[in-house]
Write a protein that binds this ligand. Structure first.
Ligand SMILES: NC(=O)c1ccc[n+]([C@@H]2O[C@H](COP(=O)([O-])OP(=O)(O)OC[C@H]3O[C@@H](n4cnc5c(N)ncnc54)[C@H](OP(=O)(O)O)[C@@H]3O)[C@@H](O)[C@H]2O)c1
Length: 281
């Protein structure tokens, strides 16, 4: 399988490159391919004619998106239009990465693939627009959430451990509940969806849900750090107050995977343990 991966230098992109190690991978980081450049997208796809494109490139700075709506939509929506256009021209299967932030969090029971999105933020709206651009004819839309992983300098778990090591307190919102998802687990399932050319929306997260406080406390505990450093606060009490609204509840039911008989990812706790080890704790 010849596969083009966009955003290949990102947290998920790097895991996708590893998960596709047995394939003929064209790993395009941001500096190799800017998805807002239509000519560049068509050029690379027409030249290499991949069997599949995994579109992991996105502007993911959730709070910054509030201040540059045009950039958010240029990258996340129009960039996906360019990728979709190119994929159709060569008959490539497309996988578009999307987010739990397409939901407003008012449901209070796990969101299925058939629940109606209602994003609260510019980022969420731009990612939903990307879903609309990707379509579902020959595309898998993979919505994931609360990605944690060994790559990248940011990330919630890395940030919590670093803040605690520098003495804390670690102020963490108690009013956000979701499904932590290990990027490595996610990448493995995405590859399977690609190989089998699944189409339609799939929620793909680790099983089980957590508040940010539970996730932070568990990570610190396993890193051998005093969990008493975690200070539970409301999102509105964080300083600075985040610019973008987040859903209070964005637990994703992986219904499409489950009903298709495809394997579900392990519980998030099971996938957090090796990550805490990999982060050198
Ligand atoms: N992280 C999460 O918790 C989470 C949750 C739900 C869904 N997702 C989705 O999962 C996907 C991967 O996210 P991630 O966590 O891997 O984020 P990430 O680490 O920020 O990776 C995104 C990559 O896209 C690149 N990029 C930005 N603008 C681009 C452009 N115009 N053209 C091409 N590439 C561009 C970025 O490069 P630069 O850094 O150089 O700009 C970065 O390498 C995204 O679609 C995201 O919306 C993530």
């Amino acid at each position: 399988m010849r596969v083009l991966i966009t955003g290949a230098g990102g947290q998920v992109g790097r895991e996708l490159v590893e998960a596709c190690a047995d394939d003929d991978v064209l790993a395009a980081g941001h500096s190799d391919l800017d998805v807002t450049d239509r000519d560049a997208v068509l050029g690379i796809v027409m030249t290499h004619r991949p069997d599949a494109i995994i579109h992991a490139g996105a502007w993911t700075a959730v709070d910054a998106c509030e201040h540059d709506i045009d950039r958010a939509f240029a990258v996340n929506a129009l960039g996906t239009r360019n990728i979709g256009d190119a994929a159709r021209r060569v008959g490539a299967h497309l996988t578009y990465l999307s987010t739990d932030y397409v939901f407003d969090g008012t449901k209070r029971s796990p969101y299925t693939e058939w629940d109606r999105p209602a994003p609260l933020s510019v980022y969420g709206r731009s990612k939903l627009a990307g879903e609309q651009e990707a379509g579902t004819d020959s595309t898998a839309i993979v919505r994931t959430s609360w990605v944690i992983g060994r790559f990248g300098t940011g990330g919630f778990v890395r940030g919590v451990i670093a803040a605690a090591r520098s003495g804390g307190p670690v102020r963490v919102p108690s009013d956000q509940r979701g499904c932590p998802t290990n990027a490595r687990d996610l990448a493995v399932v995405i590859r399977r969806l690609v190989v089998e050319r699944h189409c339609g929306i799939f929620h793909v997260t680790n099983q089980g849900d957590a508040s940010r406080v539970e996730l932070a406390s568990t990570a610190l505990d396993w890193a051998g750090i005093d969990t008493g450093l975690v200070e539970a606060v409301l999102t509105s009490e964080l300083r600075p107050v985040p610019d973008a609204a987040r859903p209070e509840y964005s637990v994703l039911d992986n219904a499409a995977l489950r009903l298709s008989g495809l394997p579900l990812l392990p519980d998030w706790r099971e996938s957090l343990a090796p990550l805490v080890r990999a982060l050198g704790s």
